[in-house]
Design a protein around this ligand. Sequence first.
Ligand code: UTP
Length: 419
Amino acid sequence: MANNYIDVLKENNQEHLLKYLEMANEEQKQELINEIMDLDFKHIKELYSLSSRDNEKAIESCIIEHTKFVDKYKISEEEFNRYKNIGEEIIKNGEYAVVTMAGGQGTRLGHNGPKGTYILNVKPEPKSLFEILVDGIKRANSKYGITLNWYIMTSTENNDKTAQYFESKNYFGYPKDKIRFFEQGNLPLISEDGKLLVDENLHIKYAADGNGCIYKAMKKNGILDDMKSKNIKWIFIGSVDNALLNMVDPILLGLTVSEGNKIGSKSVVKRSPDEPVGVFCKKNSKPAVIEYTELPTEMASETDEEGELLFGESHIMCNLYSLEALEIISQNTLPYHSAHKKAPYLDENGNMIKVNKPNAYKYEAFIFDGFVFFDGISILRGRREEDFAPVKNAEGQDSPQTAVELYNNYWENNENGRM
Ligand code: UTP
């Protein structure tokens, strides 16, 4: 086995990095050598091999079936109240906590800074996505007479900026000791021809390893232990970029407990068969989300006898877990998916190259790949106008403009808070 960096690079077809070592000063050189020696090249090769794999083929070998769900607005009053009581009791007992995934890069939005700091021009006054989340948690706290523990996952890229932002806003008046940040991991970016990329500071270029790595990150950073010590039994994990995210829905909690499941999730109906969202299904009899790129066109438009899409329940990153479920998932390794992305890099002559089309592969685990470790999942169908105002794109659909409209409409009609 190679034990010096030159041999390591040669053995792994990464000799181009020697050029960067030549242009580095002593300190940079040592740092880059350390980074090279720390790399797991076997894993890098495995990741790169994913980039050429055909998704459609992989899915063809699986049995995909539609899955059942409960519509929040079609259940009987009696059932509704039963779920509500079960959920509320857990929340009031302090056995519930919320987690925000805020480690994403938000490349489509193109905001300079952590996505949670993006300001939406909502009424009555503009608010950042983080502040909108704080509002929701505070509302639940006063309703249930509790102070929820809030865990926020950041990435290496945005952790410091996120922490500074909260500090500068005095945590929006939220008790500081009830908020805990933790960082997710990174994976190297790989060029189309399998080479590691280097950034302007002569470091190997890394990117966050995807929201599915939250399970591993929670275990590694002692979050699961912290929850256990606080007697937290149920955990909601949501995204940072949904202006209508309801992090505390006792119905989802009550339904999941009643159905005897360890995981639950909120869905909204797909707008049309071709909407680019992942939908719930059963994959080889296990709960799963199938991506729109993987769902065959004819299945995407299949309907039931009432004309509803059979694969119509969109996964909106509103997921609920028992602590035990998080422990189970965190002990497993989730698959990585490859995405073709634009990644500016330093070329071998020391020039920073800005790119205008995808030039590299990024590897990410997806949060919903954690569902496969269970036999069932409780799915509660909510309403788009109540639960889902995503901020994904700079303009058009799922943009700040559409999110502001949805937010304003909802809060104009629900001044007294959520159900
Ligand atoms: P998206 O998959 O929409 O990614 O994240 P994104 O980073 O916000 O946006 P694009 O794709 O670069 O334009 C959904 C949720 O998962 C979080 C995001 O912060 C968001 O809350 N996420 C995503 C992470 O926490 N870590 C990641 O590595 C990726």
